[in-house]
Design a protein around this ligand. Sequence first.
Ligand code: TEU
Length: 529
Amino acid sequence: MPAPARAFRTTGPDWWRDAVFYQVYIRSFADGNGDGVGDLAGIRARLPHLVELGVDAIWITPFYPSPMHDHGYDVADPRDVEPVFGDLAEFDALLAEAHDAGLRVTVDLVPNHSSHAHEWFTAALAAGPGSPERARYLFRDGQGPDGAEPPNNWPSVFGGPAWSRVPDGQWYLHLFAPEQPDLDFTNPEVLADLEETMRFWLDRGVDGFRIDVAHGMAKPEGLPDMLPMEDTGLLDDHGPGDHRFDQDGVHEVHRRIRRVIDAYPDRMAVGEVWVSDDDRLAQYLRPDELQLAFNFKLLTAEWDAAALRTAIEHSLATVEGTPAPACWVLSNHDRPRHVTRYGDGNEGTRRARAAALLQLALPGVAYLYNGDELGMPDVDLPDEALQDPIWERSGHTERGRDACRIPVPWSGTEPPYGFSSSPGTWLPMPEGWGPLTAEAQAADDGSMLSLYRRALGLRTTSPALRGDAVEWLPAPEGCLAFRRPGGLVCLVNLSPAAVPLPEGEVLLASGDVAGGTLAADTAVWLRAG
Ligand code: TEU
C-alpha cells in the first residue's frame, strides 16, 4: 500500500534546519526483489514506515554501479544505478512517491575517490605514466632504488599502506581500499565531472546530498610524509600531523559544490567531516560552503553525563557564528550502534531510549540510522560471514563494520523477518529478533518504535521544542538538564540511582516516571510549570 499523500512539513530554502533525516543503508533496509540485498524497490515499499515514524527526509547510501569492494562507496559510474539496487526508472519512481508522501530524498555523493572499475581508472592504467588519463588520479613514482617503496608513509584508513603499485612501476594513492583510487581535485576535469554528477541528480529532483569524506579531496602539495599514526594517537582526529585530511584546499571544492547547489531552489548538502577541532570544523560551514556538517561528538561520547555535556557544548560552539544549525548523530553504518556502545542488552536499550530523547530534544538537525528506531544492536558475526574490506586489509585483526549493518527486521519471528523473501540475506540475521521487528514494536505502546514516533510527533507539534538556545539547568550529580526557549526541559539521568522528577508536565519519558522519580538511565521531556 502506498504511503498516503502528504505535504512537506516545512518548505522554503531552509526546510532542513530542524529536520529529522533517516539514513537508509540501502543493502540492509528492505529487499524488494528477493535476492537478499536491500534495494530501491524495498525502500519504496517501506515508505509508509518512514511516514508513520515521522521523519522529514531520507539519505540513501550509494546505489550507483559498483563492484562493491566497499559496498557501494567504490563508485564505477556516479550517474547510473547498480542493477542489484534497481535502475534509474525505479529511482525516479521512488523519488516521486517519497515526495508525494511528504518525504525529501537526499543521496550520497562520493567525490574523494572512484572505483578502480571506473572508466577513468581503466584508461589511466592503460595510458601510462605522465598521461592526462593518469592526471585525474594521484599516480607517483616510488621511493628507493627501484622506486619499490611507496611515495610516502601514508596509511590507508582501512589498514595497510595508502599506495598500491601498478605493473609499470608507478604507485597510486588510495586513502581507503586499493579498489578506491583517490581523485586529484587540482585537475579541473575532476571538479567538472563532480558538478555534472550533482546536476544529474539535482535535475532528477533530489533534495540534496550527503557528501562522503568531505574532509578529503584536497591533498598537500608534494604529498609529504605524515606523522606516523601511532604518534598521532588519535584515529579519528586527523590533527595537523595527518596530511591526508582537512587540508585548506578542500574549502575551494566546497565552494564549488555550494555554487551548484545554490543554482537549484531548496537544495542542501551535509558533509561527513571527521574533524574534531571546533574551529576547523566550523570552516566547512561558512556561508558559501556546506549547509550542514555531521557532528560526530555524540556518536563518539561515552554514556557519561560530563562526556555528553562536553560533546553537546562543542557541537553548539562549532556552529555558533556560522549559518548552520547543529547536526546530531548517534549511529551510522561505520560505527558500533549506540545500543551496543552503551552496554548492549537491557542496559544498552534503556540507555538508547534515553539517548533518543536527548538527541531529539536538541536544537537543529537529527540524523537517525535505519534501525535506531527499533533499538537494533550490533551482531557478532562469524569470521566467514564478514564482508567489510577492513577485515581482509587489517590481516584479520579488525572485524570491520558489518556488525552495525545487519538487515532491518520488519516482521515475523524467524530470519529474514520480512526483510527479504530469500533466507540468504547478504549478512546473516540472528535468531530471536521477533520482538525487535517493526511489526511487533508497532503493536507495543512501550516499544522503542513507539517512543520514537511520539518523540518525533512532539518535535513537530509541541511549541515547547521551539527555539535554538540550550540553557543548562542545575541537575543532580550524574544528570544532564537543559531548557529550550519554547519551554521544554530535558532531564537525562546517567547516575546509578533514581533522582526526583522536576516540576512540570511530563510530555514524554523513556522509562517509568510514576512515583515522582526518574530512574537511572532514563530521560524525560517536561514542560516547565
Ligand atoms: O567513511 C569515511 C571514513 O571511513 C573516514 O572518514 C573515517 O571514518 C575517519 O576518517 C576516521 O578514520 C565514508 C563512508 O561512510 C564509509 O562507509 C566508506 O567506507 C568510506 O567513506 C569510503 O568511501
